[in-house]
Structure formats: structure tokens, C-alpha cells
Design a protein around this ligand. Structure first.
Ligand code: PLP
Length: 385
């Protein structure tokens, strides 16, 4: 099959698999142990931490485990970022998120709401860009945290996070951004963005599954999500091999960042052009906005997204309807509904939206083949509807 679901997960590059296997074979000591093998394992983890922090524009000299938490992935990093609000007396605290966050943010925000935290949700405009006009009013209410993603997983639309952080900073309100879909796709500079916390996960950029990170400005002490070694923000035995695998994946991206981005963008445009040239009822969601290079959300007006996704699966094109976590559900995605509420998408467009997402190894031949199969399936389904 032609795999166009890289926003759900990517295949680890061969050099990553090798690095993980080598690290697994080389060391079995616990990186928290005081003996020499333990110290050696710790050095490997710390080297990986430093290399990852450097690739993301974070402070690198002597970066501590509290400044770059190695987590199990994006979900844990996002949960951890919001966990700080779940202190001893959460009732009365305020949190600001956007209407298009990943379920690992919205799910935790709903828990906080049940505990008495007031959660405000910034809306989006018709292109799917988070609107900041309501922010000054919300900042006056002194929220504990603002959390807005850097690039949307369903539409690929980039969000004005640097601008948001500049507005929050004078009020002393920390900003968290979920950069899961952006890291490894286009450059991310933690310090220049001006945020206090940033989430990422290795399996979205051809690294291993089961490891991610949370950058934390100044090692801000928050309520931990997990409890174990006293004082540790992220207790638990560090996975040396996954840390090494994530380091290798980020280094491979750095080595070809500009080419990889340009290549994916050109292929993404090629796919969209082929589809929209042939199908007058297909529209690209967020086409007017700045977008990630590898994500294309296409609304096939008049078709049903689930029927289309299943027919494409049969025809050998793997894509998705909304976020992977919500697939299997027949509910339209909150992100597309938020764009619809802003007048950017009709009900028919939301009903027919599917997502194609490209990876580092996607080829022009695959894109041309996929476009042909997609158009032929659409014609067949349209004749039936
Ligand atoms: N945030 C976004 C924007 C995502 O796309 C995903 C992946 O589905 C996550 C968070 C969760 O990441 P993980 O699968 O590593 O928990």
C-alpha cells in the first residue's frame, strides 16, 4: 500500500533502528545506578539529551533532566504540561487552550474542568488559524497557563505561537506548545519561540515509538505526573536505547532538514494539484494559511469520509479521517467543526474530509499513483451517491 498516514506515525529510518539495536546490545545498566556501567549508561542518555536540546534551539550547556524531560511520547508530555494546574487546590485556577488541540490536551483539560479549573478555548478563523483577539481579555483573568499547538495534526495549519508567547510574557503567563507535528518537519527554535514548555515525540519524525520529550524553560518545578525517585520530575528507569534512537532521528533530520522540507512540500502540492484539477468538488482545507509541508486535508464535498477512507484502503492508499485517535469514531473532528463554526467549511465539506500525510521517504511515483487511485475511487463513489 501507499502509506500516506505519516501524521499517525512514521517508519523508523534504518539508521535509527540500527542505533536502537546497538544501544540495546551495548548496555543494560540502569542510568540511575552509581556504579561504572550505570554511569556509562547515564552519559549516553545525557549526550542524547544535549543533542536533542541543541537541535530544538534550547539551552544546551549542562541541560538538566528537569529542562528536557524524556517521556513516553507526546501524550505524556502534553499531560505533564497541564498537570501543574492540578495542584492541591485546582478550583478557581484558569487555563487557556485552543479549539483545535490534540485529545491529549483536551482530554486533560476536561479532567481539570471537572476539578473546578476554568478552561477558556480560543477559536480559529476560517482557515484554521487560532485567533488571538480574545487573548488580552483572557490574560486579564490571570490564567496559570496558555497551551496552543504549533502545527495542527489534521490540517497542517501553523499557529501564531511566537506572537502568542510575546503577548503572554509581559503578564508572566507561561505558554506551552504542542510541537509534535512540527519537530522533524521544519525548524523549531525553543528560545526564539519564547514559550516555556514544548512537546515533541520521536515516532512522528522517523524515530522509535515510546519516547518523546518536554522542554521546560529553566526546569520549572511542576507537580510531576508520575511518582517514583524522590524529587524527579520524570521518575522511572530511562530507556537508553530509545533516547539514542530519538537522538539519531533528530540528527538525520538536521542533516537534510531543508531538502526534506522542500521535497515533502513539492510532493504535497503535486498531490493537491492533481486532485483539485480533476475533482471540482475537492477543496484543500487551510489552503490560504501557512501550513506544514507534509500534511494535506482534502474535503471531498458530497462524499462520506469513512466510506472514502475504506475504499481507499481497499485500493491500497492508507490515509486517515481526522486524528488517528478519533478514527473509528463517526463523530466529525472538533478541529474541522471549529473551522466550520468560523465559516471556513460547510457541513458537506466536513463530512467528506480526509487527511493525507507524507514522510521523508515518500516518492513522486507514489504520489502520482495515489492521486490516480484517489480520483478513480472518488468518481466511482460519486456515481453511486
Ligand atoms: N499531539 C499531536 C499534535 C499529535 O499529532 C499526537 C499524535 O497523535 C500527539 C500529540 C500524541 O503523541 P504520542 O502518540 O507520542 O503520544
Amino acid at each position: 500500500p501507499i502509506y500516506l498516514d505519516h501524521n499517525a506515525t512514521t517508519a523508523p529510518l534504518p539508521a535509527v533502528t540500527q542505533a536502537v539495536a546497538d544501544a540495546l546490545a551495548a548496555g543494560y545498566a540502569n542510568a540511575s545506578s552509581q556504579h561504572e556501567p550505570g554511569r556509562r549508561a547515564r552519559r549516553v542518555v545525557e549526550q542524547a539529551r544535549g543533542a536533542i536540546a541543541a537541535a530544538l534551539g534550547a539551552r544546551t550547556a549542562g541541560i538538566t533532566p528537569d529542562e528536557l524531560l524524556l517521556t513516553s511520547g507526546g501524550t505524556e508530555s502534553n499531560n505533564h504540561a497541564l498537570q501543574a494546574l492540578l495542584g492541591p487546590k485546582p478550583a478557581g485556577e484558569r487555563l487557556v487552550i485552543s479549539a483545535i488541540e490534540h485529545p491529549s490536551i483536551t482530554g486533560f483539560a476536561e479532567l481539570l474542568e471537572r476539578r473546578g479549573v476554568a478552561v477558556d478555548r480560543l477559536p480559529v478563523d476560517a482557515s484554521g488559524v487560532v485567533r488571538l483577539d480574545a487573548l488580552p481579555e483572557l490574560l486579564a483573568k490571570r490564567p496559570r497557563l496558555v497551551s496552543v499547538m504549533l502545527g495542527n495534526n489534521e490540517t497542517g495549519v501553523l499557529q501564531p505561537v511566537a506572537e502568542l508567547a510575546a503577548l503572554c510574557r509581559p503578564h508572566g503567563v507561561p505558554v506551552h506548545t504542542d510541537a509534535t507535528q512540527v519537530v522533524g518537519k521544519q525548524p523549531v527554535d525553543f528560545q526564539r519561540l519564547g514559550v516555556s514548555l514544548l512537546t515533541f515525540t520521536a515516532h512522528k519524525f522517523h524515530g522509535p515509538r515510546g519516547i518523546g520529550g518536554l522542554l521546560v524553560e529553566g526546569g520549572l518545578q511542576a507537580e510531576p505526573l508520575l511518582y517514583g525517585q524522590p524529587g524527579a520530575q520524570r521518575p522511572g528507569t530511562a530507556s537508553v536505547e530509545l533516547a539514542v534512537g530519538m537522538q539519531r532521528a533528530i540528527e538525520l533530520w538536521q542533516a537534510e532538514a531543508a531538502e526534506r522540507e522542500a521535497r515533502m512540500r513539492a510532493l504535497r502540492d503535486r498531490l493537491e494539484q492533481a486532485i483539485t484539477a480533476d475533482d471540482p468538488n475537492a477543496i484543500v482545507v487551510g489552503a490560504d494559511a501557512k501550513r506544514l509541508p507534509h500534511t494535506s486535508c482534502v474535503a471531498f464535498q458530497g462524499l462520506d469520509r469513512q466510506a472514502l477512507q475504506m475504499a481507499l484502503d481497499h485500493a491500497g492508499v492508507a490515509c486517515s479521517t481526522g486524528s488517528a485517535c478519533a478514527s473509528g469514531s463517526s463523530e466529525p473532528s472538533p478541529t474541522l467543526l471549529a473551522i466550520g463554526a468560523a465559516g471556513g467549511l460547510s457541513e458537506a465539506a466536513i463530512r467528506g474530509s480526509v487527511r493525507f500525510s507524507l514522510g521523508a521517504a515518500t516518492t513522486a511515483a507514489q504520489i502520482d499513483d495515489a492521486a490516480e487511485r484517489i480520483l478513480s475511487i472518488c468518481k466511482r463513489l460519486r456515481r453511486r451517491e
